[in-house]
Design a protein around this ligand. Structure first.
Ligand code: PLP
Length: 498
């Protein structure tokens, strides 16, 4: 490994064979790839005239077609890998399979799915210290949970208080799904800064509330820094004003409840035990260890949840009602979530939490022990960011570039300031030491040879983004990347095999 990394950027070539320009943002990666992979894989642009044999199809789902994918079990990717062990993985796969073609659209057709969904929600309510009135829905992910809650608050405020120009208070670290909700539902996002500890600034939130505010949002924890916002304080403001307080616990909802028992006490209260918290989003497909797509949006009571429902009785196709944004919903995801929660149980979640925290602390302590880099702030759980020290003369993004290209790591990026982001899971245990060794080596190389590592393309892009004047241009660039990525790319073997 050492020799490999020292060859970094000198043409040693032990890294990945493809070149790629990757531009990443919180929680969602946008890829612009100059890749050779597309040319190695057949490109299918038309429906095959004759059906393809099953074994050929299955063969095509592996091999060269997967060459660019991360291996989630390798521990080399610090995002998108939430595992509680192989046995658990197999169990959830079997549970998904049992319902893999079942559509949860119509509970009359699949009462067993409805029962499972209600049980998932009941179990989540008890995990979150909800009262007997707490209710919720299973959704397709954190984004949908957030969209549902934001729309519910908008409609509740319009109906109850006649608010026609709704606003929502968003601390700077909340996930972009809240921006998406504001954009879709015509809610004005009112941004408030963070305090020095990277938690929402309570005074700024208080000052930002107006007669049009429909909800205040806090995270438990936020994606960028892994810290839990001062939820009791934010909820108190919301309660005083009679508005909603949504806690985004997409990351922490299935993790924070076990931390005390795992030996890592959480000093802050954040769930329904806090007076004034009216809704919570929590992702089962993250630290709930269920396969995607699976999340929950929970409400203090039906007083709030009823505004999430959509009903339409005027359709000639029949009476229509759905609990959330989607119509058809994958029954497999509900069955697998139900199975994941019951199979792990409290003891399974606590044990996994304990092991994950041990690994996260090992990595954080290891990063802080390397001269030239540090973990940002004091993360509350196993999600954190790190960056080069000010004055160390190291460009964090270029550093990540070398770690990825030469070490095969896969690391998400952050901006303002540039930083690297990790979401730890048990798969990182066996490779934690190797990561720290690689990092120490690369940091040492950057320090010993200033100028050897040119600024990365990502650095230029993120640098441009830091200038507000260029925000519009960067937005256009992201749109352009999306247009290019989500487009057919004809390869030389076009038409072969279909
Ligand atoms: C704190 C937080 N909220 C919301 C989301 C959105 O979740 P999803 O990607 O499942 O839509 C994420 C995703 O990483 C997150 O970290």
């Amino acid at each position: 490994m050492l020799a490999m990394l020292v060859r970094a950027r000198t043409g040693g070539g032990a890294g990945r064979r493809r070149s790629r320009h990757r531009f990443k943002s919180a929680g969602a990666d946008v890829f612009l790839r100059a890749t050779t992979i597309g040319h190695q894989v057949r490109s299918h642009m038309e429906i095959p005239a004759r059906g393809i044999p099953a074994d050929e199809i299955i063969a095509e789902l592996g091999g060269a077609a997967r060459a660019g994918d991360i291996d989630p079990w390798s521990g080399k990717a610090f995002g998108l890998c939430y595992f509680a062990g192989k046995e658990h993985y197999d169990l959830t796969r079997r549970a998904y399979d049992a319902y893999f073609h079942a559509n949860a659209l119509n509970p009359g057709a699949y009462p067993s799915l409805l029962r499972m969904e209600n049980e998932i929600v009941a179990i989540a309510a008890s995990m979150l210290h909800g009262s007997r009135q707490a209710r919720g829905s299973v959704t397709s992910g954190g984004t949908e949970s957030i969209l549902n809650a934001m729309r519910a608050y908008r409609d509740m405020a319009r109906e109850r208080d006649g608010v026609t120009r709704p606003e929502v208070i968003l601390p700077a670290s909340v996930h972009p799904a809240f921006e998406k909700a504001a954009h879709y539902f015509n809610i004005k996002p009112v941004h408030v800064p963070l305090s020095a500890d990277h938690r929402a600034d309570v005074d700024a939130a208080r000052t930002a509330v107006t007669g049009n505010t429909v909800a205040i949002v806090g995270s438990a924890p936020c994606y960028p820094y892994g810290v839990v916002d001062p939820i009791p304080e934010l909820a108190a403001i919301a309660s005083e004003r009679g508005i909603g307080c949504h806690v985004d616990a997409c990351l922490g909802g299935f993790f924070l409840p076990w931390m005390d028992e795992a030996g890592y006490p959480v000093s802050r209260r954040w769930d329904f035990a806090v007076d004034g918290v009216t809704s919570i989003s929590l992702d089962a497909h993250k630290y709930g260890y269920a396969p995607a797509p699976s999340s929950l949006v929970m409400y203090k009571s039906d007083k709030f949840r009823k505004h999430q429902f959509f009903v339409y009785s005027g359709w000639c196709g029949g009476l229509y009602g759905s609990p959330g944004m989607l119509g058809s919903r994958p029954g497999g995801a509900i069955a697998a979530t139900w199975a994941a929660m019951r199979a792990l149980g409290r003891d399974g979640y606590v044990a996994t939490c304990k092991e994950t925290m041990r690994i996260a602390r090992q990595i954080c302590d290891g990063i802080n022990a390397i001269d030239g880099v540090h973990v940002i702030g004091e993360p509350d759980m196993c999600v954190y960011a790190w960056r080069a020290d000010d004055g160390a003369g190291i460009d964090t993004l270029s550093l990540v570039d070398v770690l990825e290209k030469e070490g095969g790591w896969f690391i998400n990026l952050m901006q303002n300031p540039p930083a690297a982001h990790h979401m730890t899971s048990v798969v990182h245990g066996p490779v934690a030491r190797r990561f720290l060794d690689d990092l120490a080596l690369v940091v040492g190389d950057f320090r010993a040879h200033p100028g050897k590592h040119p600024p990365s393309q990502k650095a230029a892009m993120y640098g441009m983004m830091a200038t507000f004047d260029h925000r519009g241009k960067v937005d256009d660039l992201i749109r352009d990347v999306l247009l290019k990525d989500y487009a057919h790319k004809a390869g030389p073997k076009k038409g072969a095999g279909g």
